[in-house]
Write a protein that binds this ligand. Structure first.
Ligand code: THG
Length: 372
């Protein structure tokens, strides 16, 4: 870790795969849920993007921590935390669920897994869901046990991921549908394997349970992956923006409601009771005044968007800010994600994006995900 200028301690946690990522040339990390997430490897983001589009990659996404809820009131508690109905959720299913607070502000946008009746995993983005969940459970006197289990997701992403996974875990892999999971043996232990992942490619997430055997799992995948031209990677910014996948804390925060985040499509059945219900109903009636959009914009590859880029209308009104942006070698333009004021959010509307060099670039609103 010495070369990465990040002093590690128990507060900034390594993963079972950190040594492997280092062995395979990781060149930088970020921190999510107080755990390391590889951010870049030796190859450029663009090279990695093309590789991900036609091969298979292994990603250490252990920072997608699980909040495990077990006990007789587990389902009640989970349902109280999200406006998305889980009434018909079956064991083996994953659901993308907004978690909201009493003002309908986004607490997190996790993937929910029903592991057993009375056992759920909430696979979280970067915010303190464990503490929120414990607080809610206490105030409602629920009979539940809430922990962060020893589960470290490892993603296998890309069009060749199915063939690779079949070669290790068998033909049963093929029958896992998108956002479902099955149980598979690895070294005598059952592991949850889902068809999901933070990319628009086909892919799997192994919710690896344990710690010590993590390197063995990585090595097994790596060895089998050689003939599929595997490489070590991480969530790819070009692919993520093209897919319209948002990142909590960056593209939206607790200040935003699910409708602003385009998550309204998951909220068609909201007759159940949940925290933030009256606030959410009010928003639905009063309507929202901004929403997440894709933007395509001109000129040379834009700089890293570590600070939001302001967005203006053609008559120079501030109408939003780009929070994720990068040059897409496929679209051959810069692409970005931005909340945009209602008056200007229609597809095809023209706008101006100001990047840090002081450049004003012409842009246009597009649909999400970005068009093929
Ligand atoms: N996988 C797992 N946990 C996660 C993420 C993940 N936790 C953090 C973060 N990512 C949560 N955010 C997302 C955002 C989008 C998706 C998954 C997690 C996603 N969305 C699909 C889409 O928008 O097309 C499909 C959603 C659906 O239709 O249900 O995949 O990546 N384990």
């Amino acid at each position: 870790m010495s070369s990465h200028d990040l002093s590690l301690s128990r507060r900034i946690r390594q993963t079972p795969f950190t040594n492997k990522a280092e062995e395979h040339g990781v060149s930088g990390f970020t921190v999510v849920n107080r755990m390391l997430l590889p951010k870049a490897f030796k190859k450029s983001i663009e090279e990695d993007y093309w590789h991900l589009n036609s091969n298979v990659q292994i990603w250490d996404v252990s920072c997608q921590r699980q909040v495990q809820i077990t006990g007789p009131d587990a389902e009640k508690l989970v349902q109280l935390m999200t406006p998305r109905s889980i009434k018909n959720m079956k064991v083996g299913k994953c659901l993308y669920v907004p978690l909201i607070d009493e003002n309908a502000g986004m607490i997190n946008d996790p993937v929910l897994l029903k592991i057993e009746n009375n056992k759920f995993w909430i696979s979280i983005a970067d915010s303190d869901v464990l503490l929120w969940t414990k607080g809610v459970a206490i105030s409602y006197n629920f009979k539940v046990n809430i922990i962060e289990p020893e589960v470290y997701p490892l993603a296998v992403q890309g069009p060749k991921s199915e063939e690779l996974m079949v070669s290790i875990f068998g033909e049963k892999i093929r029958s896992i549908k998108f956002f479902n999971f099955g149980l598979f043996n690895f070294l005598e232990k059952k592991q949850v394997i889902a068809r999901s992942g933070y990319s628009k490619q086909d892919g799997f997430e192994i919710y690896f349970e344990g710690y010590e055997a993590g390197e063995k799992l990585w090595d097994t995948i790596w060895k089998a992956g050689k003939k599929f031209n595997i490489s070590a990677g991480c969530p790819n910014l070009i692919d993520r923006i093209e897919a319209g996948l948002m990142s909590y804390g960056n593209d939206f925060t607790i200040e935003n409601n699910p409708y602003e985040c385009n998550l309204g499509k998951y909220l068609n059945e909201t007759s159940h009771n949940f925290i933030g219900k009256s606030a959410l109903e009010k928003i639905k009636i009063d309507n929202i005044n901004k929403q997440m959009r894709g933007i395509i914009f001109d000129e040379n590859p834009c700089p890293t968007c570590s600070h939001p880029f302001p967005v203006y209308s053609e008559n120079n009104e501030k109408i939003g800010q780009v929070t994720s942006a990068i040059y897409s070698p496929r679209i051959k333009k810069n692409i970005g994600l931005s909340m945009i004021s209602k008056k200007y959010w229609n597809k095809g509307n023209k706008l101006i994006i100001e990047t840090p060099e002081g450049k004003r670039r012409n842009g246009v609103i597009t649909s999400l995900p970005f068009p093929e």
